[in-house]
Design a protein around this ligand. Structure first.
Ligand code: CS2
Length: 497
């Protein structure tokens, strides 16, 4: 089986149709990809979208027999997803790894991938198309380009260029330029659904869109804000599925199971959850037919997920990476780290939550730890550790603030923040292996950490004074500062918890 490149025959509609079907360890697309028309534009088509919303969308289309919910994916930073998927007719596989078994699903809901960097007009055109009724986003926390106060960061050069009328390069710029054209063409209502790990992701995005519009010259802004207020909806949602970066081993396993080469493989755990605020401007896929929950109250779900799962993920990532564990499952195999993750959720986070109806927090916690312990996923600690400056405020600092206002210093949430500080300052693990500081604020963080020269109180004081992360309130809180210094001192000596 070869296509002349020595790599084996590539996954495509025609090659897929020629190989034997299900029963071979893989399932084919649940819809006929050739018949699908595009109804969704997705900004930021990384692995997470392909393993989550694209799967829900395909299953919803299959359950309802609808052929108008295909997806145009937009890549923001590089052409690689386009190069992976377009020669494959948009097809790719999701390699689902349970602890003791793997299965493969071919997904056909992505019909087109556009590289925004090379073709910004295409992005605007797709959002303008009245057949598109939903725009979804997974652009990561940093993709929202917020300033310290949470508004649109107009000092960001790409935001400034987008505002000045350059072909849009940021997600908010692409969105607003698309909405502007849509309003002047069809005026058809549309829903914009942020699927990133932010508190109140819908409200956050709506506010950024309005910030962008307010910063436009009056001739361009005229009427646009009003039209957006009446014709565009920004529901919030909570998304959950662990999707580690794909490795060569994953590609090789998928090739063996499918008998075709797939350069767009994504890996995921079996678990998948989506809770969506039911507030749409127009039609939407029947995602509930694929297991999503449509509700009027997303906030409770969102807080549980960000504060329990993502916070303990970050704790395990920093402590795990520092102590030489390559994977989250490895970190969790250390009893002290497992106990710290559990205590974070039970003692610090649980008292801050308003638990949604129908959710048992103890079950939720146990399930999170079981999911993290999945040895087949090989989710790297340094992957979860990246972008700490963006993640800490969302995952940990809300809990810290709530507990401090209740008069308690949350021991394990503070430990997680201290572990991040040591991770930033140290740059290597116990075995001397380098730990990458992959963060949009990396240069500033390094510059803040360096003069401390290993002194815990100096490190804590200089990092606490980064207002975009800690604000003024936390920097000035004595109890929090003292607890951080204590943890940093012990971590520096090599005591983990
Ligand atoms: C992780 C998340 O990389 C990270 O920071 O905590 O991507 C996590 O795997 C997902 O939010 C799970 O839904």
């Amino acid at each position: 089986m070869t296509d002349g490149t020595g790599t084996g025959q590539r996954l495509r509609l025609d090659t897929l149709e020629r190989i034997t079907g299900p029963g071979q360890g893989w399932r084919g697309p649940q819809v006929d990809p050739r018949a699908l028309r595009v109804g969704i534009v997705h900004l930021g088509i990384g692995a997470f979208h392909r393993a989550h919303q694209a799967v829900f969308t395909e299953l919803a289309a299959a359950a309802t027999g609808r052929d108008d919910w295909g997806i145009t994916g937009v890549t923001q930073r590089s052409a690689s997803v386009r190069e992976q998927l377009m020669p494959q007719d948009g097809l790719y596989t999701v390699l689902e790894r349970a602890a003791d078994a793997a299965s493969l699903r071919v997904i056909g809901s992505v019909r087109e991938v556009v590289f925004g960097g090379a073709d910004p007009t295409a992005v605007v055109d797709r959002i303008t198309d009245p057949a598109v009724r939903v725009v979804t986003l997974t652009v990561t926390e940093k993709g929202y380009r917020r300033d310290g106060a949470g508004g649109l960061d107009r000092s960001d050069p790409q935001v400034a260029a987008d505002l000045a009328g350059q072909p849009p390069a940021t997600a908010v710029g692409q969105l607003v330029r698309g909405l502007q054209h849509r309003r002047s063409r069809s005026g058809a209502p549309i829903t914009v659904l942020s699927c990133d790990n932010l508190t109140g992701n819908g409200q956050v995005l709506r506010a950024l869109v309005h910030d962008f519009v307010d910063a436009l010259p009056p001739s361009q802004a005229a009427g646009l804000a009003d039209w957006i207020a009446t014709s565009v909806r920004f529901p919030s949602c909570m998304v959950d599925r662990i999707v580690p970066a794909t490795t060569e081993q994953d590609r090789a396993d998928a090739r063996r199971m499918l008998g075709l080469e797939d350069r767009g493989v994504v890996v995921a755990e079996p678990f998948s959850q989506w809770v969506i605020e039911d507030d749409f401007a127009a039609d939407r896929p029947a995602w509930e037919r694929a297991g999503a929950v449509l509700t009027t109250d997303v906030a409770g779900w969102e807080a549980v997920k960000l504060r329990m799962l993502n916070a303990s993920h970050s704790l395990l990532a920093y402590l795990g990476a520092l102590s030489g564990h390559d994977t989250i499952a490895g970190a969790l195999s250390d009893d002290r780290l497992a106990a710290a993750a559990e205590a974070l959720m039970v003692q610090d986070v649980a008292p801050t939550l308003r638990v949604p109806d129908g959710l048992d927090l103890d079950d939720y916690r146990r399930q999170v730890l079981t999911r993290f312990a999945n040895p087949a996923l090989r989710h790297r600690t340094v992957q979860v550790a990246m972008d700490g400056s963006q993640k800490l405020p969302v995952r940990l600092l809300g809990t810290v603030r709530d507990r401090l206002s209740a008069g308690q210093v949350p021991r394990h949430a503070t430990l997680a923040v201290a572990a991040w500080m040591v991770y930033v300052a140290r740059g290597h693990d116990v075995r001397g292996r380098a730990l990458p500081l992959d963060d949009p604020m990396a240069d500033r963080l390094r510059a803040a950490a360096a003069p401390a020269d290993g002194a815990p109180h100096r490190l804590v004081d200089s990092l606490l004074r980064v207002p975009e992360i800690f604000g003024a309130d936390l920097a000035e809180h004595d109890g929090f500062r003292t607890a951080l210094i204590d943890h940093v001192a012990r971590l520096t000596k090599g005591d983990l918890v």
